[in-house]
Design a protein around this ligand. Structure first.
Ligand code: GLA
Length: 374
């Protein structure tokens, strides 16, 4: 959980933005809610290596990366950087190809805790998996624990091999946009098939949260006015159900109240961070009038079950049901139902629960056996 600079700032990221964002994460309570990583994406590097060494852009990062990392650590954050398996990053800055071990050592010396590793400008004829392995092994040997985040966009099925080269998470898709179609493609479509490959220490990454962007940001991510509040709720609920990394991409200094409340929702975060780490599965698609509703569920460590009732269409107040039988439970079971996002007890239910869900919205539920209630 944390923040990444790309969605909003793109190539404009600098030290001031990073420091102001970290301060805002403290002030808003997002750090306390669990958003621990402050990650700088592409464009922190100088335009070229110096004497073979990767260096930061000293105009944008006046105090230097090690000082910035130390200050963030002092505030209670972990610190992330970005590099690329090819000769250049996707933004054309120097990549780590051929310099993997020395770059990993430099990251360790600077106090880096997280590395997002991208997939642009690979030398022709080389298997990208080998290059990710090189950096994974270099990080293991660099003398500091650095979380390895593989960003090869799902090209060579990283869910099959990225954990074996040391990655704790891997992108399953291309870049997300602040649009409903993009949430559907990166999230609902891909996660439905890939849930079985994730688990503790190995997570499917459908890319950053667009929650709270409202069409403002890096023009490679923003195309139009952005998503509705309902669509943001759906993205957040799905990423929580899927146990996927929660990286905020919005400008935290200017986050609207609804988005802040959503991102800080303790019940949803507890589902995302549940220690069993069993990613949610899609257990039902209901079609009505050409529009779908989807039901997702995951078991939680305390014996309760998280369920998402998603209205994928536009119809307002659509009925979406989850039957106990589809959850593998006896039809006669009595379950207490809680609306997690709105924090409301919806009472005791038998056989099934039916919610009324607006277009592109979600009802995120937690179902408990009565005996688990205190
Ligand atoms: C690629 C990645 C993005 C971002 C940019 C930076 O497109 O997929 O997430 O890191 O590169 O240039």
């Amino acid at each position: 959980m944390g923040w990444n600079s790309w969605n909003t700032f793109g190539s404009e990221v600098d030290e001031i933005v990073v420091r102001e964002t970290a301060a805002a994460m403290m002030d808003t309570g997002l750090l306390d809610a669990g958003y621990r990583f402050v990650n700088i994406d592409d464009f922190w590097q100088a335009e070229a290596r110096k004497d073979g060494r990767l260096i930061w852009d000293s105009e944008k990062f006046l105090s230097g990366i090690p000082r910035l990392a130390a200050d963030l650590h002092g505030m209670g954050f972990s610190f992330g950087l970005y590099s690329c398996a090819g000769t250049h990053t996707c933004g054309g800055r120097p990549g780590s190809y051929g310099h993997e071990a020395e770059d990993a050592k430099a990251f360790a010396e600077w106090g880096v805790d997280f590395l997002k590793y991208d997939n642009c400008y690979l030398p022709p004829g080389l298997d990208g998996r080998l290059l990710f392995r090189r950096m994974g092994m270099s990080l293991l040997g660099c003398g500091r624990p650095i979380l390895f985040s593989a960003c090869e966009w799902g090209r060579s099925e990283p869910w099959l091999w990225a954990a074996s080269v040391g990655a704790s998470m891997w992108r399953i898709s291309g870049d997300i946009d602040d649009r409903w179609d993009s949430i559907v493609e990166n999230g609902f479509r891909l996660l439905a098939d890939l849930a079985p490959y994730a688990g503790p220490g190995r997570w499917n990454d459908p890319d950053m949260l667009v929650v709270g962007m409202h069409g403002v940001g890096n023009d490679e991510v923003v195309d139009g006015t952005g998503c509705t509040d309902a669509e943001y709720r759906s993205q957040f609920a799905l990423w929580c159900l899927a146990s996927s990394p929660l990286f905020i991409g919005a400008d935290i200094r200017n986050l609207d109240k609804k988005s802040l409340d959503l991102l800080s929702n303790t019940g949803a975060i507890a589902i995302n961070q549940d220690v069993l780490g069993i990613p949610g599965r899609r257990i039902g698609i209901h079609e009505h009038g050409g529009e779908n509703a989807e039901v997702w569920s995951r078991p939680l460590a305390d014996g309760s079950i998280a369920v998402g009732l998603f209205n994928m269409g536009n119809q307002a107040g659509r009925r979406v049901s989850v039957a106990w039988e589809s959850l593998g439970l006896d039809v006669g079971t009595s379950l207490r139902v809680r609306d997690v996002l709105d924090d409301i007890d919806l009472g005791l239910h038998h056989h099934e629960f039916t919610g009324f869900v607006d277009g592109h919205d979600v009802m995120l539920l937690q179902l408990r056996h009565e005996k688990n209630m205190n």
